[in-house]
Write a new protein. Structure first.
Length: 269
């Protein structure tokens, strides 16, 4: 199978897209990858360690390799067909770049665990800012800007499909985060209490509540409270009188009904 690979001297391991590993029938033991994050944090990802033999496109170099599988090691990054575009730079015209694989994406990232494949056997330079052709044991490649006046910044992380968004979001949030200014003294005091009492327990985390340590100074509102109490008492007194009057009227009405019912019985007899 012919695939596109990327030489990445910023990675300590080599990685292979898992659909390629499955197509080749590669079997491996499950492993847990510890990916370093910003702010000295780490994330553990599930992967598989596979072994295979790789060779250059001209079959001159064969190498036994061990790689960890991922969904998409470089995301949607496309491989550059330098053989097709080399005519844009005169110093690249005489170089025979290898042809790309069937898929336009990059299926393997070659890290420093295969450091001998990163060796630069020869370099061809042009003007400052132009691509530099580099001969490696796997053949010719090129580094530098592909299109003039276009600069693309990319970073690659080992990931699983469902974890990529979470990891990248966490990294960007850490990079873009800035400390908010705590203007009020009570805000600073609350932050200090939280940071001083925050601790991890078996069931989660425990933090002290930022209650104020000094009792607030309240105005003397005794007169206002007494006035409201007296007003409430007067309303209750009125309600009691109304209740008594209603009960008296109800007893009078019941008595009149009984008298009327008794007279009706007498008349019928």
């Amino acid at each position: 199978m012919r695939i596109n690979a990327l030489l990445d001297d910023g990675s300590t391991r080599s990685y292979l897209n898992e659909d390629v590993a499955n197509s080749l029938g590669l079997k491996g033991e499950p492993v847990s990858l510890s990916v370093s994050m910003l702010n000295d944090s780490t994330a553990n990802l599930k992967s598989k360690s596979v072994q295979f033999t790789m060779e250059s496109s001209d079959s001159h170099v064969r190498k036994h390799a061990v790689a960890h599988t991922t969904k998409r090691v470089t995301g949607n990054m496309l491989a550059i067909d330098w053989e097709r575009h080399k005519n844009k730079w005169p110093h690249l015209n005489g170089i025979k770049f290898p042809s790309l694989g069937k898929r336009p994406i990059i299926d393997m990232l070659i890290g420093l665990d295969l450091s001998d494949l990163h060796c630069s056997l020869k370099e061809v330079r042009g003007q400052p800012g132009e691509p530099i052709a580099r001969l490696t044991p796997l053949g010719w490649t090129s580094i530098g800007p592909f299109q003039e006046n276009i600069v693309t910044n990319m970073s690659f992380f080992v990931h699983e499909e469902k974890q990529l968004d979470c990891l990248v979001k966490q990294m960007w949030e850490m990079e873009k985060s800035h400390s908010s200014a705590l203007v009020r003294p009570q805000d600073k005091e609350a932050e200090e209490i939280v940071m001083a009492t925050l601790s991890q327990v078996p069931s989660g985390y425990m933090v002290g509540l930022p209650w104020k340590s000094v009792a607030p100074s309240l105005k003397n509102n005794y007169s206002l409270a007494l006035s409201r109490l007296e007003s409430t008492e007067r309303k209750l007194a009125k309600t009691t009188r109304y209740s008594k009057e209603l009960s008296r009227c109800d007893r009078k009405l019941q008595s009149e009904r009984n008298i009327s019912r008794t007279c009706s019985v007498c008349d019928s007899g």
